[in-house]
Design a protein around this ligand. Structure first.
Ligand code: GAL
Length: 767
């Protein structure tokens, strides 16, 4: 029997032996718990590194043959006490710890005390050097108690290949033998005792159709359930293949860090992140950089068909100490056992991110994988090209893009990768940190740099895929990131707001019609009041652009500069087009004038190339135009600083049919839009969360990137705000999580958002 132990814990900072006899006056908390709430930025990174104590009492009606307690994740190490006995010292960090406490439990009331130590122990990976991310503190993933009366399943490894062949390795404690029941779409399709089974007419697991089967294992009166998928993963010099079909892996790296709450969010928030990566960022793969992540996150990746590359905990540093290396071996073993049943997992990341070569250590790590899972390949991420590659896949962090002119180096320049599968595991990131409130040109360039890298990647024969750095901005140590302890490397913010680059990624997939205008349509937003080409991210075939009622033209994806992307950006570099209506100018001369005006919009009159300047001069003479006439022509068809032109309309079409339409121009007003990701919170194994988003949009529905308005968020009823109640927009966006409290019966709660002249109440049901 599995009993969740996630509500009603006592928590105090610090630990003293005296707590075992009398736990001090404490705060009541629920798990997942973050021991120290951080500020949104500019926090003290020593604040969460230290000792913290948790206490929980629970009742057992009887003593079972076996009682286990499992902690899915505690930062970083802990001492466990049960009924005042010291049970042991354990290392968790990013992997679960399951302990047999049968000899310590008693009938009736039991007391667990967990004394955690979250300091960055230099003998534990990822620590020992300076790390570009923070780990946080607390019992930050769920806790379970398991009781068994007889034999029980300690562990199970399900190997299912694309031809329908199923092999099961069950590790049973005791003498009973398991019976397996195979379910498809909730219906039992087979029952057997052997550890191998052939499924006829198998329904394979693919990206388009991530079909899951369920294996129920019966053993001594207990049923254990696992979802899995039948698929083949192959990775060689030709690329990556899923079920024999070549797939280009397009993705982003994810840190598990959230605003205020650090890593301590339960299932709903973890699953929302997986869906965000797939549907809002168009990824088909995610790398769980740089450590094993939540099982809820991985379960959702399985369910929606988002492929996963995992990774052992680390960051550049390899410890020389025996204990550091033994700890890495331990954590590798624990990660593989935790993650090997996930069909979405296509390779293990078995090298410390960007570490140097270490033959002895990585041979040992590879041997662990060979023992625990011969079915999947391994990859190793490095930042140099001639590394010794003991893994199946040579993964390289390519930060060679210093401008829009260059995306990636050629994979033929990686000598160490010869004969191996190849992957670009990172790019961009610190090369061009960008906030959601940066000026338009920077946000657009940020997005185009991602486009350039992905285009270069997709043009390289034999490259299995490319993942950029990274999905979300993240909390980091003071030596990295901006001075505020945030690495603003994400295509979305720490509080899950989409930057322009996010829409670029979303436009590469075909799940939903995307039409996003990255540029601003107001010349005063650009240096010297110029009007640079507008950049549109869309997965449509073409975009019609109108000013007012007049069609400027139909613009196609820019295949010249981005020949390899499924959906290149659309570049609007002609603001006049079909609108030019000056009958006295001949058709041939019109072309030159339009060219001259468009060029001036992009670079300024003073920068016209010599040839074009001469031609324009001659035409001015021919048609008796003064400079003021030309200037007025520019104002009429393009825009002067401060002049108010008609709105622009962009109509995206696919197969000749309109799929989306947006408008833009000078903003007239701002209004707030508030939303919750879910309105019904259900406490199950843990508390539940909903994501509250407040945005300021202009009258075209576009985010007000320069809005910083303040709010007070009050909650009433059985919910709590996971962060401070006084908040403000950053670049027009604000996101925060709201958690449910334990309830006896279905109850109502509400979130009241108060701003300057604004108040809105959102109702939530908690069950
Ligand atoms: C890489 C590293 C990442 C992150 C990134 C920033 O070198 O692997 O963890 O620090 O740089 O661009």
């Amino acid at each position: 029997m599995r009993i969740p132990l996630n509500f009603d814990w006592d928590f105090v900072p610090g630990f003293e032996n005296a707590y075992l006899n009398k736990f001090p006056k404490s705060e009541k908390v629920d798990i997942p718990h973050n021991a120290v709430m951080l500020d949104y930025s500019y926090f003290d990174e020593s604040s969460y590194q230290g000792k913290f104590s948790y206490r929980k009492t629970f009742k057992l009606e009887k003593i079972s043959k076996t009682t286990l307690i499992e902690f899915e994740g505690i930062q970083v190490q802990f001492d466990l006490y049960l009924n005042q006995h010291f049970v042991g010292h354990y290392l968790s960090g990013y992997v679960p710890v399951k302990v047999d406490v049968s000899t310590f439990v008693k009938k009736g009331e039991n007391e667990i005390i967990v004394a955690i130590d979250s300091h960055e122990d230099p003998l534990v990976p990822p620590f020992g050097g300076e790390v570009d991310y923070i780990s946080g503190a607390g019992i930050y993933r769920p806790v379970y108690l398991y009781t068994y009366e007889g034999s029980y399943l300690e562990d199970q490894f399900i190997m299912a290949s694309g031809d329908g062949f199923l092999r099961i390795q069950s590790k049973v404690k005791g003498d009973a033998t398991p019976t397996y029941h195979l379910y498809d779409n909730g219906k039992e399709i087979a029952s057997f005792k052997e550890d191998a089974f052939q499924v006829e007419d198998v329904h394979p697991y693919s990206l388009e159709d991530p079909h899951l089967y369920e294996l129920r294992t019966e053993l001594d009166g207990e049923t254990y359930s696992h979802h899995f998928g039948f698929r083949d993963v192959k990775w060689d010099e030709k690329g990556f293949f899923l079920n024999g079909k070549k797939v280009f892996l397009r993705g982003l790296n994810r840190h598990q860090l959230y605003p205020y709450q650090v890593a301590a969010l339960p299932s709903s928030a973890q699953k929302e992140d997986a869906r965000f990566l797939k549907y809002e960022l168009g990824c088909n793969v995610v790398r769980t950089s740089h450590y094993p992540q939540s099982e809820d996150f991985l379960d959702e990746c399985d369910r929606i068909g988002l492929l996963v590359l995992d990774e052992i905990p680390g960051w550049q540093h390899i410890g020389e100490e025996k204990q550091w290396r033994d700890n890495l071996a331990y954590l590798t073993r624990a990660m593989i056992i935790k993650e090997r049943n996930h069909p979405s997992l296509i390779a293990y990341g078995l090298r410390i991110d960007e570490s140097g070569d270490d033959h002895e250590l990585y041979t040992r790590i590879q041997a662990i994988k060979a023992e625990l899972d011969p079915t999947r390949p391994s990859l190793g991420v490095r930042n140099f090209k001639d590394s010794e590659c003991l893994e199946d896949i040579y993964a390289y962090n390519d930060f060679s893009n210093e401008s829009l002119a260059h995306g990636l180096d050629d994979i033929s320049s990686w000598p160490g990768a010869k004969g191996k599968g190849k992957l670009v595991s990172e790019s961009n990131g610190h090369m061009f940190p960008t906030t959601i409130f940066d000026e338009t040109s920077r946000r657009v360039e940020h997005a185009l740099r991602h486009a350039k890298v992905l285009d270069d990647a997709m043009g390289q024969e034999g490259l299995g895929g490319a993942l950029s750095w990274c999905a979300f901005d993240y909390y980091t140590h003071k030596r990295f990131g901006s001075l505020d302890h945030i690495c603003r490397h994400g295509v979305a913010t720490l509080d899950r707001g989409k930057k322009a680059a996010a829409y670029f990624y979303q436009s590469q997939a075909d799940d939903v019609p995307v039409l996003y205008l990255a540029s601003s349509m107001q010349s005063s937003d650009y240096n010297a009041a110029l009007f640079p080409p507008a950049i549109i991210f869309t997965n449509a075939d073409e975009v019609d652009v109108y000013q007012g009622e007049n069609l400027i033209g139909t613009f196609l994806p820019d295949r010249k500069n981005y020949p390899h992307l499924p959906h290149p950006p659309v570049v609007i570099d002609d603001w006049i087009g079909k609108r030019f209506d000056e009958p006295k100018i001949s058709a041939k001369d019109q072309k030159t004038i339009i060219k001259g005006l468009n060029f001036s919009a992009q670079k300024g009159f003073n920068h016209l190339p010599f040839g074009l300047k001469i031609k324009m001069g001659l035409l001015m003479a021919k048609y008796h135009y003064s400079f003021t006439d030309v200037y007025n022509l520019y104002g009429k068809y393009i825009n002067h600083w401060g002049s108010q032109g008609d709105d622009f309309t962009f109509v995206a079409k696919k197969g000749g049919q309109e799929v989306r339409r947006i408008k833009s121009g000078s903003s007239l007003e701002g209004h707030y839009e508030v939303s919750l990701s879910q309105k019904r919170l259900v406490n199950k194994d843990t508390f539940d969360t909903t994501f509250l988003q407040i945005q300021k949009k202009d009258h075209y529905g576009r985010l007000c990137h320069h809005a910083f308005d303040a709010f007070e968020v009050e909650v009433s009823g059985p919910i709590r705000l996971l962060g401070p109640k006084y908040l403000h927009l950053e670049g027009g966006h604000l996101g925060i999580y709201v958690a449910s409290k334990e309830v006896k019966k279905e109850s109502r709660a509400s979130v009241i958002i108060k701003g300057n002249g604004f108040e809105e109440e959102l109702e939530i049901i908690v069950a």
